[in-house]
Design a protein around this ligand. Structure first.
Ligand SMILES: [Zn+2]
Length: 494
């Protein structure tokens, strides 16, 4: 019996963005603030239609939004991020400029050497978290005035007595977000709150790091890039397995060739996002450091044009690589690691992630739906079953399993729906056959329960070497959703 045939709901009906000739949205030569990013994201979302989708996926400690952006239409996924470290907000400008310039590239309004942005983004979706640490960036740029007065003393203490916050790297709890990931966390020595390097009381304590963890679990990207700014070098090789060495070193060397960044040959100290992806997920991950080390402060935005030249093609290259390396066996291995090494963490901390995952198992969600649901869970207070089903209604649609196939004459189809059906829907009224020349035929019998229907062949079986279509119509779910359109599934008999 073949269980493969499912009614999966929802394939995105993409509408193509109209060609636009907008003025440049992202100002790359400024002290790029959280508020500026918010405004630009809104404009990018409006300007580029479905090509650019923006999600609010969680809050920082002081209620600033953490944004996720999806760029492109591909079924393979890569994830880029910036500003884990507060003073390194040049990386946010890079993320934002990539979104805008690659979108322009998709529409043919600009072009890049070596890679066609449209081709790349039709195969790979690039997801961005341009500012992982909006509180930290804001503290670094604006100082104490942007925070409630009652926390000023603590912030000054964690800044070693200074009211100048230019060197600040941590979030506003004095936790260094890039020392928060489980891989190598035990080896980090800084154990008290500070403007840099404090690893937290336990891994993934800070809400900003939790959001990144959840994204990693939900998207399971083929490749990730975390942008930082200290030194025009690149980290790439933390605890990689011997069998991944060739793939990972090839990708690192190529990124290095496009960007000019030297590969760091020793391993990092661990506990960073890149380290965690490399170690736990066995997937390629890179930490390019964008600029000449400026000392303990931010890089001057005047350096941005060089950073852009170094990374504009490299970013497209890495997205193309995400498509090229997908569907290899490391995916399976990643899931195994998830079971064995991090299940406990998820049970304790990953509630919203696990909720979305459970819905995904049941409904086979598109990643955009997963992010919409995750975003909903992250922001809802007292999430009730009622409000969830309202949310789900907006996402609901039926579509057919598209692949044609060949079956045995006595084949029994198992049709699984994404929802429980009314008893009336599980009948030969709703399931019937047609021969190739359009003659209607009854199926043998229709049985099943809840969300599953078994369709038996006509008496004596299907005729060998014939082609039939199985039609499904007038299906109603227990929640009284009606299937919107008739489904036809064509198959051949051996
Ligand atoms: Zn950094």
């Amino acid at each position: 019996m073949n269980k493969k045939w499912m009614i999966v709901f929802f394939i995105l009906a993409w509408t193509f963005p109209v060609s636009v000739h907008a003025d440049k949205i992202v100002n790359t030569n400024s002290t790029y603030t959280y508020e500026e990013m918010q405004g630009d994201l809104e404009q990018l979302d409006d300007t580029y239609g479905d090509l650019v989708e923006v999600f609010d996926i969680g809050d920082s400690v002081y209620d600033r939004d953490i944004y996720l952006v999806k760029l492109g239409y591909g079924d393979d996924h890569v994830l880029y991020n910036g500003s884990h470290h507060a003073r390194e907000w040049l990386t946010t400008i890079l993320n934002m400029n990539m979104i805008e310039e690659y979108a322009k590239g998709y529409l043919g309004e600009t072009s890049f050497p070596s890679y066609n942005a449209k081709q790349v983004l039709d195969d790979t979706s690039i997801w961005f978290v341009p500012m992982v640490n909006p509180d930290g960036v804001t503290l670094q740029q604006k100082g104490l005035s942007a925070f409630p007065e009652e926390v000023h003393d603590k912030l000054i203490e964690w800044n070693e007595g200074s009211t100048n916050f230019k060197r600040w790297k941590a979030n506003a709890q004095g936790i260094d977000l890039n020392r928060q990931y489980p891989s190598g966390w035990n080896n980090v020595t800084k154990t008290s709150r500070s403007y840099k390097n404090f690893k937290g009381d336990y891994p993934l304590q800070a809400p900003e790091a939790k959001v990144m963890r959840d994204l990693q679990y939900l998207l399971n990207p083929e490749l990730t890039i975390s942008y930082h700014t200290a030194g025009q070098i690149m980290y790439w090789n933390y605890r990689i397995e011997p069998e991944d060495y060739e793939r990972n070193s090839r990708i690192a060397r190529n990124y290095s060739r496009f960007s000019g960044y030297d590969l760091v040959q020793f391993e990092s100290n661990g506990s960073g996002y890149t380290d965690w992806v490399l170690d736990y997920w066995d997937q390629p991950a890179l930490t390019p450091e964008l600029a000449v080390y400026p000392g303990p402060t931010n890089v001057d935005p005047a350096r941005f044009p060089t950073a852009w030249e170094n990374n504009k093609v490299a970013g497209l290259y890495a997205a193309r690589e995400g498509f090229d390396i997908s569907d290899r066996d490391y995916r399976e291995k990643a899931e195994m690691w998830l079971d064995h090494r991090t299940k406990r963490l998820l049970e304790e901390e990953g509630e919203n992630y696990t909720r979305v995952q459970a819905l995904d198992e049941r409904y086979q969600l598109h990643p955009v739906q997963m992010m919409e649901l995750y975003s909903w869970y992250q922001s809802c207070q007292n999430c009730s079953a009622q409000s969830l089903s309202e949310e789900m209604e907006g996402l609901k649609a039926f579509d057919e399993w598209k692949e044609e196939k060949t079956v045995q004459p006595n084949h029994v189809f198992t049709v699984r729906f994404n929802t429980d059906l009314t008893a009336a829907s599980r009948s030969s009224e709703s399931f019937y056959l047609q021969t190739e020349n359009g003659e209607d035929m009854e199926t043998g019998a229709v049985q099943g329960g809840e969300d599953t229907v078994l369709v038996y062949p006509p008496k004596g079986g299907y005729e060998s070497r014939e082609t039939y279509s199985l039609y499904i119509k007038d299906i109603t779910s227990e929640e009284e959703y009606e299937m919107e359109k008739e489904i036809a599934f064509t198959f051949h008999v051996e």
